[in-house]
Design a protein around this ligand. Structure first.
Ligand SMILES: [Zn+2]
Ligand SMILES: [Zn+2]
Length: 173
């Protein structure tokens, strides 16, 4: 994913709107293949601030995540801010970013490849514990039934007290 900044590179105050779209198919996340249902879309405004080119916008896509409670797959709409400063450098290394709140990358020439930054932003925006819905009931710990589909037939009783005694005996050993 590349942005052509040739038109604003030399004019302080100039800005440029871009929309990039790319199909990624799948990404690997937490050791799992995660399918992307929509193209990765990045809508940015790049502004030449004199010091750097400030990219400010959003990243959108949707992915097929696995619910951490019921283990069902569900479509997750991702919409994350994308804010990164690009500073022109001779080499691809940036020495010292002055603004600690802003991520700054180096670039050379008229074209900035933002693929890695898009990827990083996407990974950071993924939820640690995805939920198919806020009130997902999850699985019954005893029979494993998906409780979103209705109650299971498990007795809602405490485990047999005799078994509890046995368990305690094993614990002491
Ligand atoms: Zn769920
Ligand atoms: Zn059950």
């Amino acid at each position: 994913m590349e942005v052509d900044v040739g038109s604003i590179r030399y004019s302080v105050g100039a800005s440029l709107k871009v929309e990039l779209k790319e199909r990624w198919g799948a990404i690997t996340w937490g050791g799992e293949e995660v399918e992307l249902l929509d193209p990765v879309t990045v809508k940015l405004t790049l502004t030449n601030t004199g010091e750097l080119l400030l990219a400010n916008g959003r990243l959108e896509t949707s992915l097929l995540l696995t619910c951490s409670r019921c283990l069902e797959r569900f479509p997750y709409a991702l919409d994350a801010p994308f804010v990164i400063g690009y500073r022109e450098v001779k080499k691809k290394k940036v020495e010292e970013p002055e603004d600690e709140d802003l991520e700054v990358r180096g670039f050379t020439g008229d074209r900035i490849d933002i693929t890695e930054d898009v990827r990083d932003t996407l990974y950071l925006a993924l939820p640690m514990k995805p939920l198919c819905r806020q009130d997902c009931l999850g699985l019954c710990p005893r029979c494993g039934k998906n409780l979103n589909e209705g109650p299971c037939t498990c007795e809602k009783e405490e485990p047999d007290p005799r078994l509890a005694v046995l368990r305690d005996l094993f614990k002491q050993e």
